[in-house]
Write a protein that binds this ligand. Structure first.
Ligand SMILES: [Zn+2]
Ligand SMILES: [Zn+2]
Length: 402
């Protein structure tokens, strides 16, 4: 099969690859696709298992805790409802959307793409499904949510006795199945089953698609020179439009938001009538003083280091598109940025979980503060920035020297 690398735009001829093998781009090292034993069966099995475990995690006891003789048992659904009733419907919606609706949507779309219906689907509808999958998959936060539950458990242990219920263990199993499912989904293979690829006539392997006046479709990967993809009818571009300017704009917005996100309190713990406001940093200091060193380090790295490193890395990439000195490293850095994207969301979830779980009347309550909203929007802006950047621009200036 002949295809263009999504990261460096070089045309590559990939021969047949066997079971348990991966095809890597010889120029930038990114993975082109992989092949596993019985891939289709595994995808079906994992998506059905994920759905079953996801529904089981709604079981009435997710987590329960007690303090001064008061016991509270809560399920995921109760947590969301409580959040909506007491604070904001918006926060409750974000909660339900990211940890329940999004995985549900992914599993259902994958099952449609696996069914015999997929081949008979009109390419417009298939494009809609494949596009939604490519948007949803990086935004899926189920694994982050699990880490956040553990972090919240550590924070809560200082105040109350905790018990993890069946719902929690079902959610753990769901996260494992779901992560495995995400690694198995392969867009190339998906489209190859929908409609075989059209091969353009004159192709020189090892040169960029752009230098041969070919555009790679952003949805299905088909190479063509027309304005719309012949396979899925999506609009085609040589490079993402105004990639650098958009990436810069999103990142500058994120930098501005970083100031209130770090200075304003993110939550308020009311314990026996006493208010304790915490910012991101003071929360980490408290964890450290309590002796929960691993948790303090995780939060410090995820909430403070990663956003700063991401901003610096993106500026470096923007400079590198002009300078082109270390294109290969820059390309690697971009793949790392894509992967890192969501981890900064841990703190947002910790606050959401604490707020929705800890409502023991006047004894102990946790209230969200405005800082967490700035923080969540800041992380989303950073993710948008990384998404808008086009790594192929890094390689463009190298092409004349070949
Ligand atoms: Zn490549
Ligand atoms: Zn296409």
């Amino acid at each position: 099969m002949i295809l263009a690398c999504k990261h460096c735009d070089k045309i590559i001829n990939v021969g047949h690859i066997g079971q348990q093998q991966r095809a890597l781009c010889p120029y930038c090292g990114s993975q082109l696709f992989s092949c596993r034993n019985n891939q289709q069966q595994w995808i079906n099995a994992f998506s059905i298992a994920s759905l079953l475990f996801l529904f089981s995690s709604l079981y009435p006891s997710f987590i329960s805790f007690s303090q001064h003789g008061l016991k509270q048992q809560i399920s995921l659904w109760d947590a969301a409802m409580l959040l909506g009733d007491t604070y904001s419907t918006m926060l409750a919606f974000v909660f339900i959307f990211t940890i329940l609706l999004m995985p549900l949507a992914v599993c259902s779309l994958v099952l449609i793409a696996q069914s015999p219906l997929w081949r008979r689907l009109n390419p417009h509808n298939a494009r809609w499904i494949s596009k939604s999958l490519s948007y949803i998959v990086p935004l899926n936060l189920a694994d982050i949510f699990l880490v956040a539950v553990l972090v919240s458990a550590f924070k809560l242990m200082a105040y109350a006795d905790l018990e993890l219920g069946y719902g929690f263990w079902a959610y753990v199993l769901f996260v494992f199945c779901f992560i495995e499912l995400l690694t198995l989904i392969d867009e190339n293979e998906l489209w190859q089953r929908q409609q075989p690829q059209f091969e353009p006539k004159t192709l020189f392997c090892g040169k960029s698609a752009k230098s041969q006046a070919l555009k790679q479709c952003g949805v299905c990967g088909q190479l063509s020179s027309s304005t719309h993809c012949p396979r899925c009818y999506a609009k085609t571009y040589f490079r993402k439009p105004q990639a650098n300017a958009r990436a810069l704009a999103w990142m500058v917005t994120a930098l501005v938001l970083m100031v209130p996100a770090n200075l304003l309190p993110i939550m308020n713990t009311v314990n026996l009538g006493q208010n304790t406001f915490a910012t991101i940093f003071s929360g980490i200091v408290i964890l450290w003083q309590d002796g929960s060193y691993p948790v303090a380090i995780i939060i410090f790295v995820a909430s403070i280091c990663i956003p700063i490193i991401k901003a610096l890395a993106l500026f470096y990439l923007l400079i590198e598109t002009q300078r082109c000195k270390r294109v290969e490293q820059a390309s690697k850095l971009y793949r790392w940025l894509e992967w890192m994207g969501k981890w900064s969301m841990i703190d947002v979830f910790v606050v959401i979980i604490l707020v929705s779980l800890v409502q023991l009347g006047t004894v102990l309550t946790v209230e969200p503060q405005i800082g967490i909203v700035f923080f969540a929007v800041m992380v989303l802006c950073q993710m948008m920035s990384v998404h808008s950047f086009d790594p192929r621009i890094l390689w463009d200036r190298l092409t004349p020297h070949e």
